[in-house]
Design a protein around this ligand. Structure first.
Ligand code: ATP
Ligand code: LTN
Length: 329
């Protein structure tokens, strides 16, 4: 079984975009891969998190992973902060990286372009992410479209390290799905649906009231053409709804275009709203059972133990090769 790793930040309420782009695919990979899935809480600190909310978001995220179908018996689930080796390798990789390549990361560039105040954490974020990945030597890293560039940096840093010190890291491959890797905001389909967005009108939250979510689908921005076909450039709203429909139903976009030929937007939206509602209802029922017990603590504890075993080994190897270690520990 090939190793696979990914993480999600506990920065807010989990959206349908996170679910379709990350969590649902993780579930589909778990039988064929040795999976490591973590909560990227160190990464969430790049912007201020209210401590009480951070605690709740972290718990919710782990409960949602399980409610969505991740099986802790098959997948190693853990908190990034529980495995301190990530931070230590992150430092070495920061030292291996250049200002130029980090300045070219779009996430950072976007913030500069918007003239936002930028913490240093945002700038070095990608080297910590590279450490998260490389410390487990995974072959695959499933991510949404926006994270591909970060995985590419991890590849570059791995190659640089291997060349400088000898073969150490596996070169990881990003896995970005063709459909559903960039779910757009329902009110502004030119923009990614994002959990840390201030306005929530175009965003569906997995744990939100189901009727509100259905209404959001019904009032999603579309166009005046009246035909249901996939054309992201000219019909971003309908194309986005088709992607959501396709990933939740398992039907291909072509099948859906066929099925909805000559059908009005209202009917299409209503059927999609029901589909979304049913999926959310299933997840919410399981979430409510999980969040009540002390099951989560136990899973995180076990997960961190398993992850640490591998991470510590990689770090020891890295430090030996770099000349940091001078005696047998
Ligand atoms: P933030 O708004 O705090 O940056 P986010 O909603 O973009 O958060 P992340 O924690 O950065 O979410 O992402 C978790 C995973 O979900 C990543 O693999 C990311 O690519 C994926 N993801 C996030 N938003 C979407 C989306 N709209 N469509 C598909 N995948 C997404
Ligand atoms: N940067 C990612 C979260 C993340 C991650 C990772 C994803 C942190 N470390 C390692 C995959 C592998 C995000 O913002 N979604």
């Amino acid at each position: 079984m090939e190793r696979m790793l990914s993480g999600v930040k506990p920065t807010g309420r989990i959206t349908l975009g996170n679910y379709i782009g990350a969590i649902k695919p993780f579930v589909s990979y778990q039988d064929e891969h040795e999976m490591f899935i973590f909560i990227a809480n160190l990464h969430s600190m790049t912007v201020y998190q209210e401590p009480k909310e951070l605690r709740q978001n972290t718990k919710d995220l782990i409960a949602l992973y399980i409610a969505a179908g991740l099986d802790p018996e098959k997948v190693t689930l853990f908190l990034q902060s529980d495995v301190m080796e990530h931070s230590q390798l992150g430092w070495y990789l920061t030292c291996l990286s250049g200002m130029g390549e980090l300045s070219r990361m779009t996430q950072y560039k976007d913030k500069v372009a918007k003239n936002e105040t930028i913490g240093t954490g945002i700038f070095v974020y990608p080297t910590l992410m590279a450490a998260d990945i490389l410390i487990y030597n995974p072959k695959y890293v499933p991510v949404g479209d926006d994270q591909k560039q970060h995985v590419e940096l991890a590849r570059d840093l791995a190659e640089r390290f291997n060349k400088r010190y000898s073969e150490t890291f596996t070169i990881p491959e990003p896995v970005v799905r063709k459909v559903g890797s960039r779910i757009m905001d329902l009110q502004n389909p030119e923009k990614k649906m994002s959990k840390s967005d201030k306005s929530d009108k175009g965003c569906i939250y997995i744990l939100d009231d189901i009727n509100i979510s259905k209404k959001k689908i019904m009032s999603a921005v579309t166009d005046s053409e009246g035909s249901i076909r996939f054309d992201p450039k000219n019909k971003p709203g309908i194309s986005n709804l088709l992607e959501i429909y396709s990933t939740l139903s398992g039907k291909s976009i072509a099948e859906l275009e066929n099925q909805y030929q000559g059908v009005g937007y209202g009917t299409f939206k209503k059927e999609l709203a029901d589909l979304v509602g049913d999926e959310l209802a299933k997840i919410q029922a399981r979430y409510n059972e999980i969040i009540q017990g002390d099951y989560i603590d136990q899973i995180l504890h076990e997960g961190a133990k398993k992850a640490k075993l591998i991470a510590a080994k990689t770090l020891a190897k890295v430090e030996r090769k770099m000349g940091i270690t001078i005696y047998k520990r």
